[in-house]
Design a protein around this ligand. Sequence first.
Ligand code: SF4
Ligand code: SF4
Length: 388
Amino acid sequence: MAEKITTAANPLKEYLADPFLDRLYCEIRRAGPLKSVSVDITQVCNLRCIGCYFFAEKMNRHEPENEAALDGFIEREKARGTNFVTVVGGEPSLVLHRLKKIYENFCMNVATNGLCRIPYQGFENMPIGISVWGDRQTDQKLRGGDKVSVFPKALDHYKGDPRAFWYYTVVPGKADEIESVVEQCVANGNYVLFNFYGDVGGFGGCLDHRQGFAAARKEIRRMIARYPQRILITSYLSKVVSTGRLYDETWGYDVCTSISSDNEANQERIKNGKPYNPHFRAYNADFATTRRCCTGKDRDCSSCFDVWEHFSWIMLNMRRHLGSKQEFTNWLTTMYLFYLINRIIDFENGVRLLPEIHRRTGGLHQDEELEEHPVGFRPAVAAQGSTP
Ligand code: SF4
Ligand code: SF4
């Protein structure tokens, strides 16, 4: 079945005649546009993971002058109109007093390694992404220095916790572990979002991202089909992140939308005409200075498979997705998942739509051919642009 390419003068109107798409679109519109930043909330961490860009690039040299530095940051960002903060680090659970201040002032999410539990009381509706990099042995080796069993401890800390989703960074040569990891996360009562490992340290072997993620992608698709109500990534998004392809573009610095707009390092990039997020800044742990982007200052962009940055890449390229209803669905469901995971829209109602979202983005088909079709990287028929 060939994909129907629209010739409508107003394709959006045509696509939104579908009540399901209209529902997703209206929810996002009601929530309003996001003005986002990311911040390292501390320079301290209780792990030293293999391939952590934070320590690889010595970002831990930034620290706040005093606790009041965070208060100043919050006031400045509120005055600038910021309404969403991604909290990274360092390990945010080690500075709960700071985390609480961010939570009380912005929509936000936090990435944690799960070794220390973020308490429920006082953080009731916080989206908590818990990192895992593979099954117990792999995770212990990569993250626990072969001594600390991080994954079982984190499972224990977030058992049945409605705030928790696993931020599962898939190691390219360890696709065979995906099923077991997902089974454990789902049995723990949590959701799963996938990320993809970039071999920042150049270790090679199973860590080498240059071998591609085809096997991982296939497994992720199987997990979507098996747990459509628990997986927070679509087949489409998974493919964009893991292949680095969006229509005729290839992922890299020239097209990356998650760059600090105020940072001198990005002024040439901003002039190239590709979409970027003009509000976004990636703040260091001093709560004052910014760096090129949230995942590093000097990082080689070819090793960057961060799912949040790819969310943004798709989200800011709405007009490229207007060529057909399927393409628009791919865009809209990506937007919706971002708002949903981050609880900018009602989470409990939204997750009930996950099976239908996966059905419409090809995730419930086991056949590679069927999965390829809706992702279709044919050149865009419309000019690129930003979100509506
Ligand atoms: S837990 Fe995060 S910040 Fe800490 S070493 Fe691991 S990847 Fe780096
Ligand atoms: S490392 Fe990733 S997020 Fe940073 S500029 Fe490169 S592509 Fe963008």
